[in-house]
Design a protein around this ligand. Sequence first.
Ligand code: FES
Ligand SMILES: [Fe+2]
Length: 362
Amino acid sequence: MRQLRRMRPASAYIDQSQFDREMAAHFLSGWVGVGRSEDLPETGSFVQRSIAGEKLLLVRGPDQIRAFHNVCRHRGTQLCSQGRGHFVGSIQCSYHAWTWGLDGRLRAAPHFSEDDGFRLEDFPLHSPECAQWGGHLFVNLSKNPAPLEDGLGSVMKKFAPWPMENLRIGHTICYDVAANWKLIIQNYSECLHCPTVHPALARLSHYMTGDNEPATQFYLGGTMKLNDGVKTMTMSGESNRAIFSSLGEYDRRHIYYYALIPNMLLSLHPDYVVSYTLWPKAPNRTEIVCDFQFDPVEMRCPGFSAMDAVEFWDLTNRQDWRVSELSQLGMNSLSYMPGPYSIREGLLAAFDEIMIKALDGV
Ligand code: FES
Ligand SMILES: [Fe+2]
């Protein structure tokens, strides 16, 4: 007889101390999705990100994109308060004018000299590891992290047929969801709720076609089949966009839904890709940035519109955020007791185990 597995206690979703430990275990130690490389269109472009309270600047230099802690090496002043913008050739602290190149090397520090034993090369901006895959940017705040490929190598191989690196953002939506970040991932990782929560989705793809890959500590996910006659996930199931020519037969008929731990959701369609980055703000609050990406050749076609995909997923996502918020609310009740997982919620139980194990070390 199968042993029923159960949800975790409410503390996993409402306690500040648990939340802080998760931030240390996953967001300050793992590869965190921080957006698309096209967010930094030219040399000097920067965006600011906050990972578990750590302020970071992502900066495109002439050779590559780097991440820097937004902290002056002189007296710790925050270097930049803008969310995004453009550095003209250098990054300068507004306090005493220490100045770094776009590569993070210190170029000037007024009133310090080698005669005092001061060396510019001793004070580069602190620069955590930054990696790219398929145009997605990742940052890892731990010291000497294992390469991104070590955890995501098999996903990279599986998704190689999608020309992700060449895709461009056609639309972005930001959401502020009153739910724990893990509830968002858990909701994304089962389709048992589709018939009740998502009538529009249920017309395009049957929830019982969901087929999951065994979870790893780096990702979990699976596929759902498009119904006969449905081309892609839009309100009508139709699209005037071409299907990516590099896709094989299976990939043309299935949607891939993958959660990259800790904070990225990736939905691959035959003609577009949606990526989400989750930004936990509190045990009961998560900001979500949702980017819709398309083939730039299609985007240049007369009559191109992202909105058929956007309308469908905005509706569906809001339905998901709503039930996640309701789950969060229920967990505050004294009556809450962890309920059982069905056989079609196996990824959620696996995710729980990954989360519990990760907390062992913090
Ligand atoms: S604190 Fe930045 S230059 Fe002094
Ligand atoms: Fe859903």
